[in-house]
Design a protein around this ligand. Structure first.
Ligand code: AHG
Ligand code: MN
Ligand code: MN
Length: 337
């Protein structure tokens, strides 16, 4: 049987099922090509002169790595001329990037974290790209980047597609267009993403958790209780032994959960209270929450379903608890007590 390339998969979603439009198909293909280009740049490592600091800060005051800036430029360049986008927004840019007037305008908005897991770039550990696609509201004011921000402030339930690329031992693209989750593997010789898994399902129960334990003393009581119970193992109230993993690249931690279940937490803590959390809603939490729910898992802040949050700011941060449904429901329930 012929290999199912990303393009062919998207055509099937478009033609026979009517899940996506032609423009959305084109948009996702272009994002996937940008991810291939990022994968090639990352693969060069020290030979390509792409490692290390860029010498600048992003809007959130974080030091930018050369690959953060390069990946952002690759995604902007690939997407601005295609005619399928109205505007883009990124972790690395203070304000939305409007499609220049010399190019045709389209009906979609794209947000992305061009390079997730920046602290892992220079140590050769898996990193990734996260993206989310929204429809641009009719009549949205796109006259200036400042005015355009309002068009993006839609809850995660409005996403029409979400995905991530993991640049690991293999480069994968994990995608949802609201019709389940599919995994594509980059065939480097062919330069194509090939479908390798469809209808991904996350087991409802797990024995594996991911959290940065160094922040333990800052957590709120419900997360303290849950992690203490997991650490108590077989003899504790949960009655089983747990294992812990923390890659510190959200894409890699989420991909492990997509593959074999687990729970990932970057909860609110006293250190993060003023900024609302660590991870960003529009291009980290929302796309990952859509993917996780589409694979049968759950994603909350502890107090609310992530996809129901009405965003107030483009770079808003939120607490994130996601993964195997029964575990996410348990710790979310602890927040209600
Ligand atoms: P980014 O590199 O895009 O800024 O995101 C890093 C995020 C996320 O990928 C990861 O889960 C988390 O930060 C790691 O945080 P710690 O440094 O606290 O482990
Ligand atoms: Mn990130
Ligand atoms: Mn990033």
């Amino acid at each position: 049987m012929a290999q199912r390339t990303l393009a062919r998969y998207l055509t099937e979603e478009q033609r026979s099922k009517g899940v996506i439009t032609g423009d959305l198909k084109f948009l996702i293909e272009i994002v996937s090509r940008a991810c291939q280009a990022i994968s090639i740049a990352i693969g060069k490592g020290g030979l390509g002169g792409v490692l290390g600091e860029a010498g600048s800060d992003n809007v959130q005051g974080e030091a930018q790595k050369k690959l953060d800036v390069l990946s952002n430029d690759i995604l902007l360049d690939a997407n601005e001329w295609g005619g399928h986008l109205a505007a883009m927004a990124s972790e690395e840019m203070d304000l939305p990037h409007l499609v220049p007037h010399r190019y045709p305008q389209g009906e979609y908005l794209l947000t992305f974290d061009p390079l997730d897991g920046s602290s892992n770039i220079d140590v050769n550990v898996s990193i990734g790209t996260i993206f989310s696609v929204l429809k641009c509201p009719e009549g949205a004011d796109l006259s200036t980047p400042e005015a355009a921000e309002a068009a993006f402030l839609q809850p995660g339930t409005a996403q029409v597609a979400a995905g991530y690329a993991v640049y690991g031992p293999t480069t994968l693209l994990v995608l949802t267009v609201g019709d389940g989750v599919a995994v594509f593997t980059l065939d480097r010789e062919q330069g194509q993403f090939i479908l390798t898994q469809e209808n991904v399902q996350i087991p409802a129960d797990t024995k594996e958790f991911a959290i940065n334990m160094a922040n333990q003393r800052f957590w709120e009581a419900p997360v303290q209780r849950y992690v203490t119970e997991m650490q108590a193992g077989k003899e504790g109230p949960l009655g089983k032994d747990y294992n812990m993993r923390w890659v510190a690249s959200m894409v890699a931690d989420v991909h492990r959960i997509m593959t074999r279940g687990g729970i990932f937490m970057y909860p609110l803590d006293s250190k993060l209270k003023a900024q609302g959390g660590k991870l960003r809603l529009m291009y980290e939490a929302n796309p990952m929450a859509m993917l996780i729910e589409q694979a049968g898992g759950a994603a909350t802040t502890g107090r609310q379903r992530i996809l129901d949050i009405q965003p107030e700011r483009l770079h808003q941060r939120v607490p994130v608890i996601l993964g195997s449904k029964n575990e996410v429901d348990r710790v979310t329930g602890y927040h209600a007590n």
